[in-house]
Write a protein that binds this ligand. Structure first.
Ligand SMILES: Nc1ncnc2c1ncn2[C@@H]1O[C@H](COP(=O)(O)OP(=O)(O)OP(=O)(O)O)[C@@H](O)[C@H]1O
Length: 201
């Protein structure tokens, strides 16, 4: 469950966002409307001027990014030199918990990760699936995906898979997208317009 209420001024740009929901949350809005800025505030890379960020009852407003229990995934969130398996093991290592090999195989099958090789040699869609599974293996309370599904061919299956894994891993998910149709796969839909976040459903 998320209780987010933040305000931020960046030059001439004002961001004002209220988000009180849980589950899978889709944020749409035009280029430059403030979607990435909002995710970076939630993740802790940009400090809000006012307001607070509460995740599953924990106020993380003033914690550094690595202590928020949040992972943010953009199209650059991968380590180019690692192989697929070492990338996934990196996620497991960061979570400081064990994942048995059957569970890892189950998740790889679910995310259609049936390829190997170095991350830098994969297609954009393959890379993003590995990056997102790596994020999930870190067992965060919240996963933020900034337009990272742009290269995923079957977004419906992909979002449904993440939604189902919420039951096992218990995270909330916020993803931004340019495609308003993607909101059909989410529990909640918000629209960002010129820095103002509005709830649709
Ligand atoms: N550090 C900054 N200083 C001043 N203005 C900034 C800064 N960072 C972002 N902005 C402005 O904030 C606005 C929102 O940008 P942001 O990248 O968050 O939008 P977006 O909706 O994610 O767009 P896109 O889909 O293109 O990524 C833009 O007008 C941008 O120029």
């Amino acid at each position: 469950m998320l209780d987010i209420s933040v305000k931020k001024k960046l030059g001439n740009f004002f961001l004002n966002a209220e988000l009180h929901d849980g589950g899978v949350i889709c944020v749409t809005g035009p280029n430059g409307s403030g979607k990435s800025t909002l995710l970076n505030i939630i993740a802790g890379f940009i400090r809000q001027d006012q307001g607070s960020i509460v995740i599953s009852g924990k106020d993380v407003s003033f914690l550094p990014p690595e202590r928020r229990g949040i992972v943010i995934i953009t199209q650059d969130s991968f380590i180019p030199s690692l192989t697929v398996d070492s990338h996934l093991m990196f996620g497991v290592k960061l979570s400081k918990t064990k994942v048995d090999s059957n569970e890892l195989d189950r998740l790889k099958a679910l995310f259609s990760i049936n390829f190997t090789g170095k991350m830098k040699n994969l297609s954009l869609g393959q890379r993003e699936r590995v990056a997102i599974l790596t994020a999930l293996l870190r067992k965060p309370r919240l996963i933020l995906i900034d337009e990272a599904t742009a290269n995923i061919s079957d977004k419906e299956t992909f979002i449904k898979t993440l939604t189902e894994e919420r039951r096992n891993y218990g995270f909330d998910l916020i993803f931004t997208t340019q495609d308003v149709n993607d909101s059909a796969f989410a529990d909640h839909h918000y629209v960002m317009n010129n820095g103002l976040l509005m709830k649709r459903f």
